[in-house]
Ligand binder design. Structure first.
Ligand code: ADP
Ligand code: MG
Length: 417
């Protein structure tokens, strides 16, 4: 089978990066590193290579250049812009002044950004940002799906917007549409995809959760089952909602951006980029998510960001791209690490990958130390107290605080078993 995936990204004078070169493998890629090191910026950089209508999300300068190398059906392509393409008219106001092609590489076809739809029609990446709660909406019936040309145009135009939460997605409509079309004669691929999803839902859920779809009733409210309880979509915990919305978005994208005959999820190729894959997920989910996703979409490439040691522990060799904060130089050459981290402890992952340095000095570090002592002792009360003290001194989004909270959740889960 021929292959299609993103190979590399090159950024020069884009956002905080003086220069960044990063290569990906054709399966799963976890970009890991501390808050603020530039993980989301990498995804945004890729989105700019495919469309200029999201440039306002990044500071670009007159000397910026950026491109993405990819393989499409075994042919090598490079899409982006070279030097002297961008005009910087102030904050959030970068425009294209000339379409200068990227640096030419032998045996690689150069494509300009505005040619993405015509020349890379079969390669329209999916961007999923770190905002994925499901708000309750009432669905009144089936919604006509946009023709493929319109979907491609819209998706390309809003790929950066998706990363920053400025695009509404409504996965409930997708479930409801499925209800209406599932027994129609013409819906062959849709039916196959639906069955495939239903049959594999369990592999995504934590062990023993028996996560499954039950039905969509006349009121058009999809119902699921989890740990033996029936639940409406909006009643599911944030973690289940997060996973379901990722799943539905991927199915919707596969079916909406490909021609009839090419829409089978278990065969589909292409790239899905997800910011903060661990968001809202209980550690039990984090351990199963990678394998669940590759089970359902075995031929897709995933490029995801994370600061979860649990998620990293589920990665295989050549899947983790470690990004350290590099405040002075801002030059990066990154590639997947040959190691896998399943045997590493949370603390080792924290210090080696998340760039957490000494745990001995200062209030903050003393409190962290204290918290890890409680983790070692397996004391839920002790850890709770340590976390409360730590909360008083650190930022609410502090990476270590997040990790400790996750640890706490798994200790509570284990003690409840
Ligand atoms: N639009 C922008 N233009 C230039 N630099 C930016 C922009 N947005 C963020 N940055 C820089 O990127 C850093 C954060 O990068 P980000 O990719 O959000 O990190 P992460 O996702 O790893 O937490 C900020 O500290 C800031 O210096
Ligand atoms: Mg981020």
């Amino acid at each position: 089978m021929s292959a299609s995936y993103i190979e590399k990204l090159h950024l020069k004078k884009v956002r905080q990066f003086k220069e960044l070169n990063i290569s990906f493998n054709k399966g799963f890629n976890f970009i890991a590193g501390p808050n603020g090191c530039g993980k989301t910026s990498i995804l945004a950089g890729i989105s700019h290579c495919f469309d200029h209508r999201g440039f306002q999300y990044s500071r670009l300068g007159d000397d910026s250049e950026f491109w993405t190398d990819l393989t499409l059906n075994d042919h090598k392509k490079r899409i982006g812009v070279g030097q002297n393409s961008i005009k910087n008219d102030g904050y959030r106001k970068s425009t294209i002044k000339a379409w200068t092609p990227p640096t030419q590489e032998e045996n690689r076809e150069n494509i300009l950004i505005h040619e993405s739809k015509s020349k890379l029609r079969e390669f329209c990446p999916l961007f999923i940002g770190a905002h994925r709660n499901i708000k309750y909406i009432q669905i009144s019936g089936m919604q006509r799906e946009q023709p493929i040309e319109e979907q491609l145009t819209n998706r390309l135009a809003t790929s950066s917007h998706s990363l920053y939460g400025d695009k509404q997605t409504n996965i409930k409509q997708w479930f409801v549409n499925r209800y209406f079309m599932i027994d129609k004669e013409w819906a062959k691929e849709e039916r196959e995809n639906w069955d495939h999803m239903i049959n594999n839902l369990q592999t995504l859920g934590p062990f023993h959760s028996n996560f499954s779809y039950v039905k969509t009733g006349k009121d058009l409210e999809p119902i699921f089952s989890i740990y033996g309880n029936e639940c409406y979509l909006e009643e599911l915990s944030a973690g289940f909602q997060a996973v379901l919305s990722i799943l539905a978005e991927i199915f919707e994208w596969i079916e909406g951006t490909r021609d009839e005959g090419d829409r089978i999820a278990s065969e589909a190729q292409g790239t899905v980029l997800i910011d903060e894959l661990d968001l809202h997920l209980h550690p039990e989910w984090q351990f199963t998510l990678r394998d669940g996703l590759t089970n359902i979409f075995p031929n897709l490439q995933f490029i995801v960001t994370t600061h979860s040691p649990h998620l990293l522990a589920s990665a295989r060799e050549n899947e983790v791209i470690v990004m350290a904060k590099n405040e002075y130089e801002n030059e990066y050459n990154l590639e997947p690490s040959k190691f896998r981290f399943s045997g590493w402890s949370t603390d080792q992952i924290l210090s080696e990958i998340m760039g957490v340095k000494s745990l001995e000095n200062k209030d903050y570090e003393k409190l962290i130390n204290e918290a890890f002592v409680q983790v070692e002792k397996k004391s839920i009360d002790g850890l709770n107290q340590a976390i409360e003290k730590l909360k008083m001194v650190c930022h609410p989004n502090d990476t270590i605080l997040t990790v400790l909270n996750t640890r706490m959740a798994s200790m509570v889960a284990i003690s409840n078993d």
